[in-house]
Design a protein around this ligand. Sequence first.
Ligand SMILES: O=C(O)CCC(=O)C(=O)O
Ligand SMILES: [Fe+2]
Length: 360
Amino acid sequence: MGQVDPTFIQELEHRPKPVVIEAQGIPQIDLSPSVPIQELVDQIHDACKNWGFFQVINHGVPIESREKVQKAAKRFFDQTTEEKRKVKRDEANPLGYYDTEHTKNVRDWKEVFDFVVEVPTLMSASYEADDDEITEYRNQWPHHPSELREACEEYVKDVQKLSNKLLELISLSLNLPAKRLEPFFKDQTTFVRLNHYPPCLAPDLALGVGRHKDAGALTILAQDDVGGLEVKRKTDGEWIFVKPTPNAFIINVGDIIQVWSNDTYESVEHRVRVNSTRERFSIPFFANPAHYTMVEPLPELTNAQNPPKYKAYNWGKFFATRKRSNFKKLDVENIQIYHFKKSDERKIDDVVSRIENVVI
Ligand SMILES: O=C(O)CCC(=O)C(=O)O
Ligand SMILES: [Fe+2]
């Protein structure tokens, strides 16, 4: 395996298993307007509670809109590294192209292109709690292929509608008013990632994305027909392969919904395996609230018998802290929501107490 750089190699316990377990299923939910709303809400409730993941069909996003992005993304990633690095991300501008992301301090076998949905997107400039500087994220679009920008901008308009609809259904499924979550997204920090996983010489040692949970509110993922996404099944901790369904979206609850729901719903671990013959593309849309959001269990969902399980944390500071550790290999553990659990003693004391104390 001399050709695979050691930075990509997962520790033994985290390597993909030789045998792929195909899920007999993460739930599939039909969003056709003809399905009665209460039926949908019940299905969403069960899927979020039992899996944290589900697929949607008849979701209203036109197939052409998605195909245009897929084609343009392929043309972009087919270019030379030199060409792609003309729009590379750096510490000043975290949007654009990069190929050196780490998840839990092991390098991912992938290259990506990130862009935000709102331009500009306001975000905390620093992970330091006493530094309240705000930065403006702007997209870096490549000259080639010239159609990438328009394809992406059209696509996000369609997916945004789906995201709003899903957030409403999730609110209803928690017995909240449909629009309960909407205000959090007024100055949203939502971004989209084009993922490209090239064929890998050592698919048994490396991962396209190492095991992780999505830190934001909700993820809406388009995957192609190659497959590679694995979800950790809640019932037994087994890694389950999510078989691609043409034109469906895979939805998962992120850490913020876990906290808002006070653990009624759980953000589930997932990862991406790679293979030695076929490249794979995927497009996650990460629905994230405004940077100034203090994330905490919603008061309507807590009471004396079910007290809040988390302390409030500042989303912008959390994101900036996470970004820093994804950007370079650090010797400290990545920040996680369990660091804000009221009962949990496992804290990165320094980082956490600084974020907790942020007053907006
Ligand atoms: O490529 C995939 O299927 C999933 C990617 C993912 O989990 C992520 O980018 O957070
Ligand atoms: Fe993810």
